[in-house]
Design a binder for this molecule. Structure first.
Ligand code: ATP
Length: 356
């Protein structure tokens, strides 16, 4: 064939893995690697798109690429996430049926980024030369969800700690009508403790770094190192790392400027999504109350009793002010539990291990 002037199919150069002359784990990996080294992070496997995280900015998501992929058949151009979004959008319009895109991969592989690119392209396709309020709301939801549901982990500085199902609805003419985001399996335990070198949810650090001194004073906020929920503890509640300021270590002094910027971005995104200023204030108050709640400590009432009492009243006073609940009610809720036995209501004291 070569003698007759045909170029042979290069063994490691298929933009669709199905076209590899020999299909096996090694040929697939070599092909993906060869493409990745040429900054071709996307490869098809039939109608599946394989994406390899480049961990650096590639100039392939700008409006020129949105235009380039609009209305093209899958496989017509170089593999791209926009091509997948485009194929789904046009299939929906053509077949008048729901389309489903499943994004999967291990932590840090790029699922959240890919989702953002998909949503970006899907909303861009629906626009008729201008961005409507609905599209702005959908795009603004991302940063809000990330602030409250993402955290720094050992594998990913912006790891989503929940699953989400995003449903984008369209009018018959193909313009976006609205979107529904269903969240599931939020990692709730992260609120009270995190592994070494990991953090709590972003929003806590945004508030502490981004709020003015007056705003922080109004919410009784102080420094990250003042909060149990932001500092690491060894299994039995003692601070670790030889008494080092673990919150400082966890936060990293260098990123406070970035966190300030993130706080401003969060406020803007919340406004875009439609949160009223009063609602934002209430949400931030609850966030502050959670931090102070973690600082309430308990001790045994007496050596003979298993019942507990609050050790030091300051934190409980702050939480009751922030949540606007009576201190005595909060005290009772934290140190006892209600039980119902044959039409009888019992208030039982909680044990030390239970209150913690
Ligand atoms: N296409 C891309 N281009 C450039 N950088 C990327 C791309 N995809 C991912 N990244 C980088 O990799 C990081 C991790 O990606 P991402 O948060 O999307 O992973 P994930 O699969 O959602 O992880 P988790 O399951 O932990 O939430 C991003 O913060 C970003 O820096």
């Amino acid at each position: 064939m070569e003698e007759r002037g045909f170029l042979p199919l290069r063994a490691n150069d298929a933009d669709d893995l199905c076209n590899l002359p020999e299909l096996g784990e090694d040929t697939i990996l070599v092909n993906l690697r060869t493409r990745f080294m040429r900054c071709q992070i996307y490869t098809y496997a039939g109608s599946i798109l394989v994406a390899i995280n480049p961990f650096r900015f590639l100039p392939i998501y700008n409006p020129r690429y949105v235009q380039l992929y609009a209305g093209r058949r899958l496989g017509e151009l170089e593999p791209h996430i926009f091509a997948v979004a485009d194929a789904a959008y046009h299939s929906m319009l053509r077949e008048r049926s729901h389309q489903c895109l499943v994004i999967t991969g291990e932590s840090g592989s790029g699922k959240t980024q890919s989702t953002n690119f998909l949503i970006h392209h899907l909303t861009a396709l629906s626009q008729r030369g201008y961005t409507s309020g609905v599209e702005r709301t959908i795009l603004g939801a991302g940063p809000v969800l990330e602030a409250f549901g993402n955290a720094k982990t050992a594998y990913n500085n912006n790891s989503s700690r929940f699953g989400k199902f995003i449903q984008v609805n369209y009018w018959d003419n193909g313009t976006v009508r609205g979107a529904v985001v269903e969240k599931y399996l939020l990692e709730k335990s992260r609120l009270v403790s995190q592994e070494k070198r990991e953090r709590n949810y972003h929003v806590f650090y945004y508030l502490l770094a981004g709020m003015s001194e007056d705003e922080k004073a109004a919410l009784h906020l102080s420094h990250p190192s003042a909060y149990t929920y932001l500092t690491h503890k060894e299994r039995h509640g003692h601070p670790n790392v030889n008494g080092q300021d673990t919150a400082e270590m966890n936060l990293g002094a260098g990123d406070s400027e970035e966190l300030k910027h993130d706080y401003e971005r969060l406020k803007l995104a919340m406004e875009m999504v439609g949160f009223l200023p009063e609602t934002c204030k209430q949400i931030f108050t609850i966030i502050s109350a959670i931090l102070s709640l973690g600082n309430i400590s308990f001790r045994l009432k007496s050596v003979r009793e298993e019942a507990v009492e609050v050790d030091g009243p300051e934190a409980i006073t702050i939480v009751s002010k922030l949540l606007k609940v009576e201190e005595s009610m909060l005290y009772e809720a934290l140190t006892s539990r209600k039980a119902v036995a044959v039409d009888e209501r019992l208030i039982l004291p909680l044990r030390l291990a239970e209150v913690r």
